[in-house]
Design a protein. Structure first.
Length: 188
């Protein structure tokens, strides 16, 4: 049996549908982020993009996302490796780093719910929509979990395909002063 496309192809070689399917639907990149002015360090918050559906963890208006959120960052095969805020679980980041997808990725599990079952998605963890959070309050909403790989998500399954393994990006939570919101949206 031939290897699945994400093991055979680079991001630049993928077809449009393959590229789209690489998104695991976690919604982590749809959280507002802060960038520390002096160091460039990124802090996630639990405040979500106004378009994020916090239950499905998908964009609530994907077709019109560019018009409705004009400052969103578009993921491309060229910029994925340069974006420091992509979560360690992100399918695009994993493939760009030459790693495999985890067992819970829908492409591996065949089940879009597995990203939620593994505790990777933002379901149940979004504190507020950015529509209700003034920018100056974002520092109070900093969280560290979007930069971590949950324990149960790291566990390798006996069967069921890929497991990225290792590389957990646990980092300390910090509330140091931050400037500038860095905004990011999914893939296209
Ligand atoms: S682009 Fe990456 S971080 Fe964003 S929802 Fe898709 S897999 Fe998750």
């Amino acid at each position: 049996m031939s290897e699945p496309f994400w093991r055979r192809k680079s991001l630049a070689e993928m077809t449009g549908p393959e590229w789209e399917s690489l998104c695991d639907g976690c919604g982590r990149c749809c959280l507002n982020k802060l960038e520390e002015e002096d160091t460039g360090k990124i802090y996630f918050t639990d405040v979500a993009c106004r378009l994020l559906d916090a239950e499905t963890c998908r964009c609530g208006d994907y077709a019109n996302r560019n018009a409705k959120v004009p400052d969103r960052v578009r993921l491309t095969p060229q910029n994925v490796a340069r974006l420091p805020w992509l979560p360690p679980t992100c399918g695009y980041r994993l493939v760009a780093e030459g790693r495999d997808l985890y067992w819970w990725h829908p492409l591996v599990s065949g089940d879009p719910e597995s990203v939620h079952a593994a505790g990777v998605s933002v379901r149940g963890r979004v504190g507020a929509s950015e529509d209700y959070m003034p920018h100056e309050t974002l520092e109070d909403r900093i969280v560290s979990w979007p930069l971590r790989v949950p324990k149960r998500a790291r566990a390798r399954k006996a069967r069921g395909g890929g497991a990225a393994g290792g590389g957990a990006a646990d980092r300390d939570e910090s509330t140091r002063s931050a400037a500038d919101a860095a905004r990011a949206r999914c893939r296209g």
